[in-house]
Design a protein around this ligand. Structure first.
Ligand code: PLP
Length: 631
């Protein structure tokens, strides 16, 4: 709405001289003097203060802070000054101008916080550079803000909000708090409504708010880095590769019998050689050039899609609509599930004991991670914390991706029981039906977790989920077919309606095209061949069952010895790994390296890959770990 021009503006402005700063550039570097004179300590800025409801309430609530309110529309600003005078406030001044470059008005790190309330969305693409959250402006905010300074941006405009999130990430700033429905979440407690906000929220518009600031250490990084950061923290060295590199060096120097390398996430025989199912090897060698060299369709070949669904679901025949899209490994499935069922700036939820790559995938796409405690004090699945975190996130987000890695979780070897699943379903069915939840079961280790039927007993339960929850399986061929480097997997949804299934296939195919395009065709043909040949399938199943039993024996040997020496472990049910909780996993893993034992430190403990060491070494390890813990 256009503001009527106030008559005799100059005359009226003369009455408010004490509030007005006509030359903010003259104050650059000296604002602290005004702050001190007003008896305040903090310096805050509102860009575009409008009629001043926000700034006047803020200044009243926080007499310890000094506020500079900027507004280029002078008629509107008059109302704001009236409010401040009525309230008798002395901790606000006004700049009657539009901002061009804030670094002309403030020196570096002079300001404690910046507020941007309902800025002009300027929806036309050619106006993007003029938006107050364009990256060119964010660079200015970052410079004038103190190290821990925060920008608070609030809008009802979805386009501007999503644009802002992208700009924040592109500028490598850190998101501290984000909600797309401020009035219905816990962040609302500190909210002060602007005039505009009160009007538009009653019309049913969701108010969105994001708080962001400088990323720790960013100045140094920005100075030295050629690459864009885009919201990521990229370590110098991958931790696991680093440790396994040292393990390999120790083996070369001292001999494999004198070193325990329990870092590798692949199935090795007792001699440390990679196990490849001979039946799978045969099928690979039977591929014709056309079978492996031709492009595969983006979502996978029809025969592969049929076969991989049989492999993932076993005997289970879902009542709903099954959608399937090929991906290069379970990693690709997880990537595209997060990409399509969450928004930039959102958090996804997973358990605290988890594969660290989840967080990297999320960071790469401008998402973040939230975890719930996987176990309670008694070592049971912690449904209470799961429920608390689901509800907490759904109060601030409209969508939520939840990743549960079961059966045979990496790094613990834990599998959710049927009762655990019942609890998960109960919690999710009590969520607000207007919110959309993608429940991703990362079943990477399902075929090495135990009896093939028993480990799939949770699948029919997924049908009990309400229609605002979409169950998705990230099913990897890496472990199941000893196919790690072939990069083969599928993302499978069990949708309640055809529309949701079709959309799943469409959006995941789009993401596939935009990231890796199509997946390798050779492994898809191999899996199709296996499932089209009952004899070959029986051999694959039989061979795998043998290795599964070998793995379970290794795990149980570790468990037995741990119990004997009194080493506490996380509950183990099957799979490639088991874990020992400890206070300082890095220190324990370092100590173990001194005796040529290599394990992987996670946040809450050390992970032992029983898949890569013999049963004899599994028996030896618990005592050595206990000694390292005690040291
Ligand atoms: N999920 C978990 C828990 C994993 O540990 C892995 C690999 O180690 C994967 C998914 C994905 O594996 P890939 O991309 O090789 O299929």
């Amino acid at each position: 709405m256009r503001q009527r021009k106030v008559k005799n503006l100059e005359e009226k402005y003369a009455k408010y001289e004490e509030f007005l700063v006509y030359h903010p550039e003259a104050c650059k570097g000296n604002w602290q003097e005004r702050v001190r004179k007003a008896g305040c300590t903090g310096l805050y800025l509102e860009v575009g203060c409008g009629k001043g409801k926000f700034i006047s309430e803020m200044a009243e609530r926080h007499p310890e802070n000094f506020y500079i309110a900027v507004e280029g529309n002078r008629s509107v600003l008059l109302r704001a000054m009236e409010k401040i005078r009525e309230k008798g406030l002395t901790n606000v001044v006004f700049v009657p101008d539009f901002i061009v470059d804030l670094t002309d008005w403030f020196r570096d790190e002079e300001v404690d916080g910046i507020y941007l309330n309902f800025s002009d969305p300027l929806p036309k693409n050619y106006s993007a550079k003029k938006r107050l959250t364009h990256r060119s402006k964010l660079v200015q905010y970052e410079r004038i803000l103190k190290d821990d300074g925060i920008v608070t941006f609030k809008t009802d405009n979805t386009g501007l909000f999503e644009f802002t999130i992208q700009e924040i990430l592109a500028n490598d700033m850190k998101i501290h708090e984000l909600t797309r429905d401020l009035h219905h979440c816990e962040y609302n407690e500190d909210n002060i409504m602007t005039e505009y906000e009160a009007k538009f929220s009653t019309l049913g518009e969701n108010i969105k708010r994001v708080k962001f600031g400088r990323r720790e250490g960013r100045k140094k990084m920005a100075d030295t880095s050629f690459a864009a950061y885009n919201g990521r923290t990229v370590p110098k060295e991958d931790k696991i590769f680093g440790i396994s590199g040292r393990a390999k060096a120790a083996i070369a120097a001292k001999g494999k019998e004198n070193v325990i390398n329990a870092t590798i996430g692949a199935l090795l025989d007792d001699e440390g050689k990679l196990i490849v199912l001979s039946s799978v090897d045969e099928a690979v060698k039977s591929l014709t050039p056309a079978e492996y060299a031709e492009y595969a369709p983006i979502a996978g070949t029809p025969a592969f899609k049929e076969a991989i669904v049989k492999a993932a679901l076993g005997d289970y025949q879902p009542k709903g609509y099954v959608g399937v899209v090929a991906s290069p490994g379970g990693t690709g499935s997880l990537r595209n599930a997060i990409a399509n069922y969450s928004c930039p700036g959102d958090k996804f939820l997973t358990h605290d004991w988890h594969w660290t790559t989840y967080k990297n995938i999320a960071m790469e796409m401008g998402r973040d991670e939230e975890t719930f405690d996987m176990f309670d004090a008694k070592g049971n699945f912690n449904l209470e914390d799961f429920e608390y975190k689901v509800n907490k996130l759904l109060r601030i987000q409209d969508r939520l991706v939840i990743i549960i890695n079961t059966p045979a979780n990496n790094p613990t070897g834990y599998s959710l029981s049927d009762e655990d699943w019942d609890g998960v379903i109960r919690v999710l069915n009590s969520t607000d039906p207007a919110k959309k939840v993608a429940l991703v079961a990362d079943v990477a280790y399902i075929d090495f977790a135990g009896d093939e039927k028993e480990v799939r007993s949770f699948l029919p339960k997924l049908e009990e989920l309400n229609s605002n929850i979409l169950p998705i399986l990230a099913y990897s061929a890496s472990k199941t077919f000893t196919f790690y480097g072939c990069r083969c997997a599928a993302t499978i949804c069990l949708a309640k309606t055809e529309e949701v299934r079709d959309e799943f296939v469409r959006v995941l195919s789009f993401s596939a095209r935009a990231s890796w395009s199509n997946c390798p065709r050779g492994p898809q043909e191999v899996i199709a061949k296996i499932y089209n040949n009952p004899e070959l399938l029986a051999r694959v199943d039989e061979e795998r069952a043998g290795f599964r039993n070998m793995l379970l024996s290794r795990g149980h040997a570790f468990e037995e010895e741990a119990a004997k020496v009194g080493l506490k472990m996380v509950p183990f049910r099957g799979g490639f790994f088991c874990s020992v909780p400890c206070e300082d996993p890095d220190a324990v893993s370092k100590k173990l390296e001194e005796v040529d034992v290599f394990v992987v430190p996670f946040t809450k403990g050390v992970r032992v890959s029983i898949a890569s060491i013999s049963e004899a070494k599994c028996r030896k390890l618990p005592k050595l770990i206990l000694e390292a813990l005690e040291a």
